[in-house]
Write a protein that binds this ligand. Structure first.
Ligand code: ADP
Length: 220
């Protein structure tokens, strides 16, 4: 499956829940780039400027590395893609690569959130250095004393969660990524979910969209 939606929609949060509930691989292009950035690898250095400005990292750099990860998932196991594909070329290449293995996407889950809500959420978002889980900290709280709700790790604010980069990321999403909604609607795999609800409520709806029993969301 693909988790689809604008920056701040909650794709990362839902992916963390789903990978435990469904026991499948979670492939996040953003996490992968941030990992390379942290390690100072050639890929990280190439991606850095694009990420800081909120632009897409070029396809020549992105597509092969993500498709390698997807193709390394055994054919009888599932995966959650988060942050990829983000433009028509990436979607086309993903489709071709999966078809080469006689696989396809079961669902593309579109988490839809209004722009004012995205801006509010991204301003309060802090990421765990250890497990990458997004955490929300309200303005009046002291960041240093907050630890990751999932694993207790240290939290930090992403370089691209400043207002200028956030606005650009939303623009890029509207211009380059939104056209994929039509691409996947035409293939009959798109499901729209309102993302303004609580994390738990969105999770229940994603589980239902995947055709699974509500017990999965309840952890039973
Ligand atoms: P968000 O969804 O919150 O914007 P991500 O963590 O998915 O954040 O991505 C962070 C940045 O990594 C993007 O702004 C972009 O620079 C880069 N990136 C991630 N995925 C892709 C992709 N599929 N194609 C190009 N660039 C990407």
């Amino acid at each position: 499956m693909v988790l689809f939606g604008p920056p701040g929609a909650g794709k990362g949060t839902q992916a963390q829940l789903l990978k435990n509930q469904l026991e499948v691989a979670h492939i996040s292009s953003g996490d992968l780039f941030r990992h390379h950035l942290g390690q100072g690898t050639p890929l990280g250095l190439k991606a850095k400027d694009y990420m800081t400005k909120g632009e897409l990292v070029p396809d020549e750099v992105t597509i092969d590395i993500i498709l390698d990860k997807v193709m390394s998932v055994p054919d009888d196991e599932g995966f959650i893609l988060d942050g990829f594909p983000r433009n028509p070329k990436q979607a086309q290449e993903l489709e071709t690569a999966l078809a080469g293995r006689s696989r396809n996407l079961d669902k593309v889950v579109h988490i839809d959130v209004s722009e004012p809500e995205l801006l509010r959420r991204l301003g309060n978002r802090f990421v765990c250095r250890t497990c990458q889980a997004p955490n929300t900290i309200l303005e009046d709280k002291d960041i240093a004393s907050n630890k990751c709700g999932q694993c207790g790790g240290e939290l930090y604010q992403r370089d691209d969660d400043n207002l200028e980069a956030v606005k650009r990321r939303i623009e890029v999403y509207n211009e380059e990524t939104m056209p994929l909604l039509r691409f996947y609607r035409e293939r009959g795999v798109l499901v729209d979910i309102p993302g303004d609800n609580t994390v738990e409520e969105v999770n229940k709806q994603v589980i239902a969209a995947l055709g699974l029993s509500p017990c999965v969301a309840a952890g039973q």
